[in-house]
Design a protein around this ligand. Structure first.
Ligand SMILES: *Cc1c(COP(=O)(O)O)cnc(C)c1O
Length: 357
């Protein structure tokens, strides 16, 4: 077997969920498991959280059906609602909670004939301008949806654009716009993603929606996951499959972009961009071998990448290489690639076997 595996620590996932709940005492929490639980495997995530989680949140009916198949009773929230009118009946059969993020969705809901009413989350556009109704639209639809035969609970939700940046002025504006709708008109209210759970108690309300923090990565650019008490869930590990010496002036990899400035030891590692390792890994990108950080050498190729082992001469063929995990935080690699942990975790491709612990 090709020596590359994503090991998923399910105990860490559970601990991170419980940590989210401790940050927001008294709140219920939708564990956000969209995008195959941020690349970790939705089945295993749901089974791990099924006896502690108050609910799950997903991005589509297909994802919702997958969670429902594993959990007969859980509340499951469709974060973007239904994409076409015919989905409402399917959502009702699956007993999903649905977001209503625009007037077309609201209209389609009121036109649907459903075998049972749905819990509805009216989505307010409080300032991100991606989804949601404006203030007066929300007031209008709140009145029309309340008591409609298609609607069980009528809830209110919104989403932060900048909660990951401490003190960003938009965040307070979004809270103010959210609070301008009368709380008493809604059964439950929900605003907080991971960043707000960790930094904005006034946004906790009735239901929190932790995503990235469940997987042990940070939502913030300037606060590490470890400093927040989060445990990394995924470790991506490969092996050294070749080692060679190169001379001064020799190049390494496609394009010959890496040039040896000293006699160097180059290791070839069994992980490439077709596995989800970022091809645009910057000069600061490192892997960990024998507990020591080691820099990349040259471009990442499809199935392999090269590392400069010159300062780790004890490295041997077959040594384990941690691309990210407990020793190399995924956020640190993401930072040196100009991206975020979210993207690296969700982009681990299907050919990488997941091993669960
Ligand atoms: C994905 C998502 C979340 C989770 O966000 P994190 O930053 O991963 O915690 C919460 N709410 C909505 C609406 C989302 O789409």
């Amino acid at each position: 077997m090709r020596p590359l595996v994503a090991t998923v620590d399910l105990t860490a996932l559970r601990n991170n969920y419980l940590l989210a709940k401790r940050f927001a005492p008294g709140c219920r929490a939708f564990a956000v498991v969209k995008a195959n639980a941020y690349g970790h495997g939705v089945r295993e995530a749901v089974v791990t959280l099924r006896d502690v989680s108050d609910g799950f949140a997903v991005a589509s009916l297909e994802e919702g059906a997958e969670v429902r198949a594993m959990h007969g009773e859980a509340r499951i929230l469709l974060l973007e609602g239904c994409f076409e009118p015919s989905e409402y009946q399917a959502a009702a059969q699956l007993q999903l909670d649905v977001a209503v993020q625009g007037e077309a969705q609201a209209q389609a809901l009121l036109s649907a004939s459903l075998t049972r009413p749905l819990n509805v989350w009216l989505k307010l556009d409080s300032g991100m301008h991606r989804l949601g109704l404006g203030h007066s639209e929300a007031r209008n639809w709140q009145g029309r949806l309340r008591g409609a035969p298609q609607v069980a609970e009528l809830n209110l939700m919104s989403h932060f654009a900048c909660a990951d940046e401490q003190g960003h002025p938009l965040t307070q504006q979004q809270l103010a716009r959210f609070n301008a709708l009368p709380a008493t008109e809604f059964n439950n209210r929900s605003m907080a993603n991971s960043a707000a759970i960790l930094s904005l108690p006034q946004a906790h309300l009735d239901w929190i929606r932790p995503g990235i923090m469940l997987y042990g990565a940070t939502p913030f650019a300037d606060r590490s996951a470890a400093s927040l008490g989060l445990e990394p869930v995924m470790s991506l590990t490969a092996q050294i499959i070749a080692i060679r010496e190169v001379q001064v002036g020799d190049c390494v990899g496609y394009g010959g972009t890496w040039l040896a400035r000293r006699p160097s030891l180059i290791g070839t590692v069994s992980c490439g961009y077709a596995d989800g390792y970022p091809r645009h890994a910057g000069p600061g990108a490192e892997v960990v071998i024998r507990g020591q950080p080691v820099p990349l050498a040259g471009r990442v190729s499809m199935d392999m990448l090269a590392v400069d082992l010159t300062d780790l001469p004890e490295a041997r063929l077959g040594d384990e290489v941690e691309l990210w995990g407990r020793q190399m935080p995924v956020d640190q690699l993401a930072h040196s690639c100009g991206t975020i942990g979210y993207e690296l975790l969700t982009k681990v491709t299907g050919r990488v076997p997941r091993r669960y612990r």
